[in-house]
Design a protein around this ligand. Sequence first.
Ligand code: PGA
Length: 255
Amino acid sequence: MTGKPVIAGNWKMNLTPDEVREFFQNFRPDFQDRGQPELLVFPSSVSLFAAQVALPQAPSISVGVQNIHWESAGAFTGEISAPLARAAGATHTLIGHSERRHVFGETDEDVSRKTKAAFGADLVPVICVGEELDERTAGRLTEVIVGQLDAVLPSLQGARGREYLLAYEPVWAIGTGETATPEDASEAHAILRERLKEVLGEDEGMRAPILYGGSVKPGNASDLLKAPDVGGVLVGGASLDPDSFAGIAEAGAFI
Ligand code: PGA
């Protein structure tokens, strides 16, 4: 992986438009002459516009949506299409977040269709994969995460690295305070990287950053970001507070 680390905040079903404005007023990471990492936040769609308006007050930061539908328009009450999200100012979209998979029953096929829809609308998909605790303890880590990756690999053929991002988020570490160790993260990232290289070729397979997500906080971000092949972090709970997210962003400042 080459390039800036990516520090992404997934705000889930939190932060009203006013709270988003307040967040950006108070988000002041200090990069102290070091390069700024790539910053990314995923507000609720109803707060997307507020984020757009507030952005110029903050360091350079991109905004994405947390989910899209695979169709571009039509009778899908309650859904948001990739072209709608793009037109509203989103540049990125999460796809296949574990809550989408496990709470809303999203399948690998859905994830694949959404990835295609994102590319079609010029949105950068952040494709999330991760195993559950019983899968890990049964020794099925590789099978599960490679299976989830394989579902989207045909859509990644032809895309250039950084036109998509991957996120490894072990389900047992999301919102639980239970963090994977830097070694756990690197082990899983190496498995994903190997598969990317196998299918996309040495060069292209090396390009996309793989983010780690699951109970990342200011106190553990630096060690995680230093781990081999951890190209960034996807942060839930700790990204809701501007100081805490700034601390994590500072851990991603690069020399
Ligand atoms: P968490 O969530 O940081 O609160 O564990 C991570 C995520 O769901 O992306």
